[in-house]
Design a protein around this ligand. Structure first.
Ligand SMILES: [Zn+2]
Ligand SMILES: [Zn+2]
Length: 320
């Protein structure tokens, strides 16, 4: 699974960062899912390898504008670009009414169907090759985290056992590999006794705005990558709590307590300059988080592309 950041600023865009938007790309690299759609997200997509024709679902974390104001424009552009495939949108209930009214009042008739799912009552749902689930967070309005799970099941014939039994290579081995039972010299060989099944699960959790990381208790189980907001540094911890946000140290301590292997911070307040610039900058957040978190730490910027490998390690593909 890959993650591609389209917007990493909180509240308002800056010259370097757009407001919230992030792609979860399915293994294979073609189909993808969008989490949040701040204004301008479609412009960011144009500067990325992503295509609106391959978009499988949109998941909106909460109703604040920096997470959803880009939705009507993106839906319209997908239609004008010739999209015909239905599109699933998982979002707080109010979003459906708002989007449908906006499309109606602006005479935008989409040539494809939108299927809405209320996140408040979402059950784990298979979309493309992933399963999507959600849990409630703590913010000024109802806000949610989404879990994206990919299950890779592979089968392998037990060559050593088959050879020791004297079962010849060829069609009989092929039938077992396909899932069939076989007959050999008057005996039945059951497929399940000769094939090893390996199942590898990978899970990425992408959070909306949240001032209480422990809201994720339980939901975070088996998580390989946690993507969480870090709007402020600890210097503004009181302010952060007042406005329903986290600071870098708070989420990094939580990730450490949950033995999270990979943590990506995003949704930085516009008051912080890019990494490497004089303080206050995103470098301050890195220092604060590194003090308490021992896993792999990443601070996202727009158009950073990460890949989660088979052993659960996260790599930054671009910019290099
Ligand atoms: Zn926000
Ligand atoms: Zn918010």
């Amino acid at each position: 699974m890959d993650m591609y950041f389209l917007g990493t600023s909180s509240g308002v865009p800056t010259k370097d960062r757009n407001v919230s938007g992030m792609a979860v790309i399915e293994p294979g690299g073609k189909y993808w899912h969008l989490v949040d759609c701040g204004e301008g997200t479609q412009h960011q997509i144009l500067r990325s390898p992503l295509s609106l024709q391959k978009l499988q679902s949109i998941a909106i974390t909460h109703v604040h504008g920096d997470h959803c104001y880009g939705l009507p424009g993106l839906l319209a552009s997908a239609g004008l670009g010739g999209r015909k495939d239905p599109l699933k949108i998982i979002a707080p209930k109010g979003i459906e009414a708002w989007v449908m009214e906006t499309l109606k009042h602006t005479a935008m008739f989409l040539p494809y169907e939108i299927e809405f799912f209320a996140v408040e009552s979402l059950k784990p749902m298979a979309v493309g090759s992933l399963t999507i689930d959600a849990t409630a967070l703590s913010h000024r309005v109802p806000s949610f985290a989404y879990g994206f799970v990919h299950q890779d099941i592979s089968t392998k014939l037990d060559h050593i056992k088959l050879e020791s039994e004297g079962i010849p290579r060829g069609p009989l081995w092929g039938a077992l590999q396909k899932g069939d039972d076989i007959e050999f010299e008057g005996q039945t060989y059951r497929n399940k006794d000769w094939v090893q099944v390996n199942s590898i699960q990978k899970k990425v959790v992408v959070c909306g705005d949240n001032d209480a990381p422990d809201s994720l208790d339980g939901f975070i189980e088996g998580c390989d990558v946690l993507v969480h907001e870090s709007t402020f540094t600890a210097e503004f911890a009181t302010r952060a709590k007042e406005v329903g946000h986290s600071h870098a140290g708070l989420i990094a301590s939580y990730a450490q307590s949950q033995s999270i292997q990979n943590l990506i911070l995003t949704h930085f307040s516009a008051r912080y300059a890019p990494e490497g610039k004089p303080s206050p900058s995103i470098s301050d957040m890195r220092i604060e988080a590194e003090n308490v978190f021992q896993g792999q730490l990443f601070l996202a910027s727009d158009h950073t592309h990460y890949r989660l490998d088979a052993v659960g390690s996260l790599h930054q593909l671009s910019p290099c």
